[in-house]
Design a protein around this ligand. Structure first.
Ligand SMILES: NC(=O)c1ccc[n+]([C@@H]2O[C@H](COP(=O)([O-])OP(=O)(O)OC[C@H]3O[C@@H](n4cnc5c(N)ncnc54)[C@H](OP(=O)(O)O)[C@@H]3O)[C@@H](O)[C@H]2O)c1
Length: 298
């Protein structure tokens, strides 16, 4: 698995916290609880409206000496949607029909978005910055500006989200993505993406890894029952560990303190190759949410 560290040089524990849709005080409390459990990686986006709450937590945690900023890993994304109060939400940016894009350059917009993310999250650098979706006509230029921002020390790792290999192939070659954040679950295993990421040394982070658990879809099939009993683990823990054992970092979301601990307690066992195979056999190429409605061909 591609190794990624916090600024203090510690390798990331292979699990992160998904933070949509929490905001402000609720988000702040969630991050404080999660840090106490051991989470260091927090995933957000500039259109989740959660960066302000993360910033409140960063300030409280660092000022009280509970953790240093350089021990946290803050990840956000550049999105086409408006991010802040008074902005319309949908498709304002990276859309050639948007009047906004006729007046502003991509570089100017990306820099402004990152400036706001840094300000809201009370930080001088982002650990990781992703392009949220492969915005047709725009993502290579967005990438160019991200590379500049990395050179300037504002970002440590660069990545993409919802990208297929063919999109990654269209990125300007001066820097390869470190990370691709995509949907993966036992019913949407994305074997080709996992193989490609391994070959290209790209770290896969997996979003919505528990949506199917929450929806009881996987439970109904019962395939995982024997494995749960063998290790004395819950369905969620087995699914998260399956992600880790395939070389991915899952980003589950919960604000329930018990589940925060449950989801983090997956590092005292390891699945066998046969067990990974059994879980993967549930695949039916499911994709949670359309990856992109604006990038034809997906
Ligand atoms: N890049 C992208 O395009 C993209 C798209 C979607 C999501 N994401 C990221 O991925 C994160 C997670 O995705 P998600 O929120 O859609 O889905 P998720 O984390 O797979 O599922 C969340 C649901 O699972 C439940 N849950 C959590 N832990 C559980 C456990 N141990 N047992 C049973 N149920 C459990 C939660 O309920 P409770 O809250 O009640 O515990 C919640 O209903 C987001 O927050 C976001 O950061 C990224």
């Amino acid at each position: 698995m591609r190794k990624i560290t916090t600024l203090d040089g510690i390798e990331l524990v292979p699990i992160g916290l998904g933070t949509f849709p929490f905001q402000r005080e609720e988000m702040c409390l969630l991050i404080e609880n999660a840090v106490a459990v051991g989470y260091r990686l927090f995933d957000t986006a500039d259109d989740y409206r959660g960066e302000t709450g993360i910033g409140m937590a960063v300030e409280r945690l660092t000022k009280s000496g509970r953790i240093k900023r350089e021990s946290l890993f803050l990840q956000t994304k550049i999105s086409a949607n408006g991010s802040y109060v008074n902005e319309p939400l949908s498709g304002v940016y990276f859309n050639k029909y948007s009047p906004f894009m006729q007046k502003h350059s991509v570089a100017e917009l990306v820099r402004e978005k990152v400036h706001i993310s840094l300000r809201e999250m009370h930080t001088e650098y982002l650990d990781s910055l992703l392009i949220h979706l492969p915005y047709e006509d725009y993502f290579p230029d967005i990438w160019e500006t991200m590379v500049r921002l990395k050179d300037e020390g504002k970002v440590r790792y660069l990545g993409v989200s919802n990208f297929h290999p063919r999109h990654i192939g269209q990125l300007p070659t001066e820097a390869k993505p470190d990370i691709n954040e995509i949907y993966i679950s036992p019913i949407g295993t994305k074997d080709a993406q996992v193989e490609y990421a391994g070959k290209e040394d790209i770290l896969l982070m997996t979003y919505s890894p528990l949506m199917d658990v929450a929806a009881q879809r996987i439970k109904a099939e019962g395939t995982i029952k024997g494995i749960m009993q063998k290790y004395g683990k819950t369905l969620a823990q087995i699914v998260l560990r399956w992600n880790v054992d395939r070389g991915c970092i899952p980003l589950p979301r919960t604000k329930n303190p018990m589940r925060l601990r449950e989801n983090f307690s997956i590092f005292d066992f390891q699945l066998t190759a046969d067990e990974i195979e059994t879980i993967s056999s549930m695949n039916r190429d499911y994709q949670y949410m359309a990856e992109s409605t604006i990038c034809p061909g997906i």
